[in-house]
Ligand binder design. Structure first.
Ligand code: SAH
Ligand code: SF4
Length: 368
């Protein structure tokens, strides 16, 4: 007997209507949106841009990114900072250098800094707590951490020291892909880090890379459902960009179009989330960040790392903005935002805690 093939996915117009109407999350409508092309793709991006304007509005929040150490104990197959890459020079900023960079950022008008690094145990629970406390004492900045996987005690110490937010991308929730690209990480452990961060009261950011080997729209749809269950408030998306000193050097990598579609779907699914137009999008296309801001994104993360070490934080190749000083970057990014008819956020850009449709539970969404 011939097997009947039933396409369980909705047609694009029905799928878009489901997204706009806040339907319960289901791969049946997420997949056709993530696979949209041509006119459908344009309709999806426009719907997300409209939703962004209605929910989080026109302001774009700036987060100053300080990449303070490129040492890493891990060997993720995609990342140029992986431990076994001995072609890069390693650096660490001192506590004083981090503070000085943060003070400069605050003077320029930043309200938030993001401290990011490889998984560098030199910055122990104690050492990092001291830095966070000093930052909170000397500035009014919101402090976001992105230091990878640590144990609960450490996350607790940093929260107690005053850290406000944490970014930890899950990268992919597909157990097969995750295992293939992470020789020394465990998907369940990483998920648990996110649950712990949530429990400890951090404003929580996660996200995925797009275009990983073996990843398809169904896999991304499942990621979205997982992110929703986690209760994520900030979502970082970027195309995977192959780095020549890594095992994935010969892979194709992600495209801007894939990343834009994912951002658009995420904006429809998480209307009040904070989503950056990431540097990886600006790397793949000179107008990539602008396009992301017009497809649902509402955050930018200018690099304020001291220029002397900036080129050494090469997670992927050809990173943009390697030699502009922090004030030049601020000016450039502001001009790009204004060029789109948008405004630069003047408050702290705290998360709006959301439960999916229809009511919102607002948390900390006011000036401090
Ligand atoms: N060590 C921390 C934070 C630094 S890496 C961590 O891993 O969480 C920050 C992000 O860079 C990672 O979450 C990953 O999504 C992204 N990244 C790493 N290598 C990349 C590549 N080759 N292309 C695109 N993004 C990459
Ligand atoms: Fe290290 Fe993060 Fe790069 Fe993995 S992605 S090698 S943990 S810096």
């Amino acid at each position: 007997m011939k097997k009947k093939i039933i396409n369980k996915y909705m047609k694009f117009p029905t799928a878009l209507a489901a997204a706009k109407g806040g339907a319960a999350l289901a791969v049946e409508w997420l997949v056709p949106l993530l696979d949209a092309n041509g006119k459908d793709d344009a309709l999806l991006l426009a719907a997300a841009d409209k939703k962004r304007a209605e929910t989080v509005g026109d302001s774009v929040h700036l987060r100053g990114l300080i990449e303070f150490s490129n040492y890493c104990r891990k060997n993720c197959h995609y990342c140029g900072l992986r431990k076994e890459n001995n072609k890069i020079n390693r650096y660490r900023l001192s506590k004083e250098e981090i503070l000085e960079t943060a003070l400069k950022a605050e003077k320029l008008g930043y309200k938030t800094i993001v401290l990011q690094s490889g998984e560098d145990l030199h910055f122990s629970a104690d050492a990092m707590s001291k830095i966070i406390k000093e930052l909170k004492n000397k500035t009014k900045l919101a402090v976001t951490l992105s230091l990878g996987e640590r144990d609960e005690e450490t996350y607790f110490a940093w929260k107690k020291a005053g850290a406000d937010r944490y970014l930890l991308r899950i990268e992919t929730t597909d157990p097969v892909i995750f295992k293939k690209i992470h020789p020394d990480s465990d998907l369940e452990y990483r998920k648990n880090c996110l649950y712990v961060l949530k429990k400890l009261g951090y404003q929580l950011g996660s996200g995925v890379m797009v275009g990983l080997p073996g990843q398809d729209a169904l896999s991304l749809a499942k990621d979205i459902i997982w992110l929703n269950n986690l209760g994520v408030e900030m979502i970082g998306i970027g195309p995977f960009l192959p780095h020549k000193e890594t095992p994935l050097k010969d892979e194709k990598g992600g495209t801007l179009a894939q990343a834009l579609r994912l951002i658009a779907v995420l904006r429809l699914v998480f209307p009040y989330s904070h989503m950056p137009a990431t540097t990886a999008m600006g790397t793949i296309d000179p107008m990539g960040r602008e396009k992301a801001l017009q497809a649902g994104a509402n955050v930018m993360m200018p690099n304020i790392t001291p220029t002397a070490v900036r080129p050494l934080y090469e997670i992927y190749p050809n990173k943009i903005c390697l030699d502009e000083s922090a004030d030049k970057c601020f000016g450039c990014v502001t001009a790009r935002i204004i060029g789109l008819g948008r405004t630069v956020g003047t408050d702290y850009g705290d998360v709006v805690r959301q439960i999916r449709n229809p009511k919102l539970e607002i948390r900390n969404n006011k000036d401090k």
